[in-house]
Structure formats: C-alpha cells, structure tokens
Design a protein around this ligand. Structure first.
Ligand code: MV4
Length: 445
C-alpha cells in the first residue's frame, strides 16, 4: 500500500491522515466545496474536490470518489465512519477496481448490516440475543410472539440500526397499528419494510465490544460503555465498562465468537444491552471504525487505524489475545456544535477563540483551527476530548480539569462542553449509576 485515499471529512479524516503519514503512505483527501479550507485538505499530500457541499453530491458520490482514486493512483481507500463506511456496494466496487477497501468485506457488511440476519447469526453462534422473532411474516405472528415474551416489546427495522426505525409497544391493542406503521416507515426510510420484535429491556446499560479480525482470527480490544446518549446520539463513552468481571468476560467471549463465526475482517463493534440482573444480549453490529475508538486506544495503547491499514495491506495480526492488555480507564466527551440549553439544536459560527487542553493523559481529536468557519451541511461533531488515568475516579477528575481549561468560542457558537461538565460533576455518574435513561432521568431540567 503506497497511497491512501481518505473518503471522509472532519476529525476522522484528520485521524486517518495522521496514522497514514506515520506509516509513510502518500495521502489523498477528497472534499466537498464547503470543506476546501478544512485542516485535512491543508495537511494531505493531495486534495481532490469531488462536488458541492451536499453529502449526496460529494461524500456519498461513489462515481466521483472512485474517479478520484483512479486519477490520483490511490491503491487503498479508507471510508472512515458514516457516509459510505458501511455501504457494501461501494466496498465491492472499490474491490472490483483493484483498489483495497480499508474495512470489512462486502460479505461481512451484507450479513451483519441486516439486523434481523445479525440476530439469527448470533443465535447460530450461541450468542445471547433478546427474546424475540426473526422478520415478522404477519401481525398474527407478532401478537403471538408479544404474548409469549410479554409487553412492553420493541419493533425494529431489519434495515435500521442505531436506533432508527424503532417503535416501543406497551399493549396488544396498539400492536397491529404499530407493526403496520413500522413496516411503512422502514419501507420509506430504508427501502425494506422488514421488521422484527424484541422484548423491551428496561433501563439497560449499552455496552459495545471492539473487535479486530484479519480473516483468520478475531481479537477483542475490550469494551466501551456508551449509555450516555440522547436520541441515540452518543455523547460520552468510556472504557472499560463498569460491569462485574464475569459479565464482561461473557460479553467479550460472545463478541469474538460471533465475529469469528462470520470470518470478520478489520475493525468492528458488537453492541449489547445489559439488564439490571447482569444478563447481556447482542443487539447489532457496526461494520466500521467508530467515533469513540480513541477510548479503546487509550486503555490498550494500540493505534486502531494503523491496525486496520496493516490488515488491509494483507499483514496477518501478529498479536495474540494475551498481548492485548487493558490498563487504566478512559473517558471521551463529544464536543458538538449544539446548544444544550436549547434542546441540543445545531449551532454554527466561526471559531474566534480556540484553546485545547493538555497535560498527561489528555488527548484532543479535532480538525478545528482559529478562524475556521463551521460548515452547516454535516454532523455537528467538532472535537473529541479524551482523558486517561489509572482509575475511573482519577480519569473523571482529569477530564473535568481538561474541560475547565478548554476555550472554544465564536460569534453565536454554542457547544456541548457545559453539558459534559455537568455530567462529570453528577453524583450518579460518579457512582457509575449510568444507564441508557441517564440523560433523560438525571440531566433534564
Ligand atoms: C433496545 C433497547 C431495549 N430493549 N432493544 C437499539 C439501537 C441502539 N442504538 C439502541 N437500541 C436499543 N435497543 C431492546 N430490546 C434499548 C435501546 C437503547 C435505547 C432505546 C431507546 C432510547 C435510547 C436508547 C439508548 C440506548 C439503547
């Protein structure tokens, strides 16, 4: 691998660029007209404009991205996260053009991208899933299943994921209409009306396992707790989770078993719910590198993008599971251009004052610079501030100190930093009483 094309923008484009340069790769960054002055564009060896600001005409524009790769002579493409990262057709076209796709195989994506199929494969692999059904064939089947598992139940779209296409149902009277509406919504949103049912797990912890495969073997890089989220947008993530040792061990073993079962290649994340009794259930798999991968890097000392590039270059994973040590505790906060006092509605502005924190065990992943104008066309993530220390208590204190010295201001610009300060000060958070209802229950009002 000599020249890597980065088919993404913002902080993840910069993150990939940094590791690629350390490996001596030439870097090509594709960008929209709106990102012409972005930091990744300024730092890359080559930059190719692939279209106007709108994602459909740029970062989702497969012909233009492939053309940029061919014109620049790139022999590999890293998709980052979001956009085309989990698009099997794109991964296949890249491979068909003799270019290396840095990520899982199209087969991995097709199998695990469908949530009902992923559930079935998990069951086959002996991995615990939430009591529920495969894709529903009739409302009658839904009624029988819901009676068997008990209300409340949750309807999920097979082609959904990340909380999209989910619908909670409390009684049988509501079920028929809910199934028909969920199928309609899924058809409209994903072009696939298939839905399935699961028992609704009340107030779970949301814990995900990082895995890495080379097609022969799969290693886990421990787990992350991402329960602090709002409307399925993660806001704060930490590693390791606060689960008892035996629950964590079960979860990690299950994740490796499922990823091995499908011959998984590259980095991936298996999402689980853990109920109050410590039962864990696989719910879905993300076939991409994730926003929150830095907390895993901080507690393992590994560079996940480098490992992805090495696997993509055909190098077998030399590490054994025993080589991967978990050390200390890491917490990441997502700094979004959103106003927490106005229901997290998007905020834009030009960066006038920018002072990032530093000191031992503090990391900032951000593409911002003084004078940068935040484009309104993309997601609101401005930066991730991550702290590591030898235990959770110390990490909370260090991250809180880091946020207190952070200055990020601009005309009219609001960010989620004040919200994160409150979370880190919150007694329930400090005690680890963190469940998916934390924001609604502990941070509202
Ligand atoms: C669930 C659940 C409870 N019971 N499934 C699926 C997508 C993922 N991002 C969140 N998902 C959930 N699936 C069952 N059977 C709870 C969640 C969930 C959640 C649901 C509603 C509102 C916020 C949530 C935050 C984390 C997890």
């Amino acid at each position: 691998m000599k020249k890597l094309l980065i088919a993404n923008r913002g902080e993840i484009a910069l993150r990939i660029l940094r590791t690629a340069r350390e490996l001596g790769l030439k870097t090509v960054v594709v960008h929209s007209e709106a990102d012409a002055e972005s930091l990744p564009v300024l730092l890359a060896d080559e930059a190719i404009c692939i279209g106007p600001a709108s994602p459909a005409q740029s970062y989702l524009n497969i012909p233009n991205i492939l053309s940029a790769a061919i014109v620049s002579g790139a022999d590999a493409i890293h998709p980052g996260y979001g956009f085309l990262a989990e698009n099997a057709a794109f991964a296949e076209m890249v491979r068909d053009h003799g270019i290396t796709f840095v990520g899982p195989t199209p087969e991995n994506m097709r199998l695990l991208g469908d949530k009902a199929t992923a559930r079935r494969i998990a069951r086959e692999a002996g991995v615990p899933v939430v009591p529920g059904t495969d894709e529903l064939k009739s409302v009658e089947e839904a009624k029988e299943a819901a009676r068997a598992i008990g209300y409340p139940v949750i309807l999920k779209a097979s082609a959904g994921g990340g909380g999209r296409g989910m619908r909670l149902v409390h009684t049988e009277e509501d079920l028929e209409r809910a199934v028909l509406q969920a199928q309609e919504e899924a058809r409209a949103a994903f072009g696939n009306p298939a839905v399935y049912i699961e028992k609704y797990i009340e107030e779970p912890k949301h814990v995900e396992v990082q895995v890495l495969g080379d097609g022969q073997k799969v290693l886990h890089l421990y787990e992350r707790d991402c329960s602090i989220q709002r409307r399925h947008q993660k806001l704060l993530e930490e590693a390791p989770s606060l689960l008892p040792r035996e629950v964590r061990d079960g979860l990690l073993k299950s994740a490796v078993r499922l990823a091995e079962h499908v011959g998984y290649v590259s980095a991936g994340t298996l999402e689980f719910l853990v109920d109050r009794e410590g039962n864990y259930y696989f719910i879905e798999m993300n076939t991409r590198i994730q926003v929150e991968h830095p907390v895993t890097e901080m507690v393992t000392g590994l560079d996940l993008i480098r490992l992805q590039l090495e696997v993509a270059a055909g190098e077998p994973l030399r590490m054994s599971q025993e080589d991967i040590e978990l050390k200390g505790h890491a917490i990441e906060v997502r700094v979004n251009a959103e106003d927490p006092d106005k229901d997290f509605r998007p905020s834009i502005g030009q960066i006038e004052t920018l002072l990032w924190p530093g000191g031992p065990g503090v990391r900032v992943d951000s593409h911002l610079y003084q004078g940068y104008a935040i484009p309104p066309h993309y997601d609101s993530l401005l930066a991730k501030i991550i702290a590591w220390d030898t235990d959770r208590e110390r990490t909370i204190r260090r991250l809180r100190r880091a946020l207190s010295e952070t200055a990020l201001e601009g005309k009219g610009l609001k960010t989620t930093i004040p919200f994160h300060k409150k979370v880190l000060d919150n007694a329930f958070f400090r005690r680890g009483a963190v469940y998916t209802n934390f924001v609604a229950r502990r941070m509202s009002g």
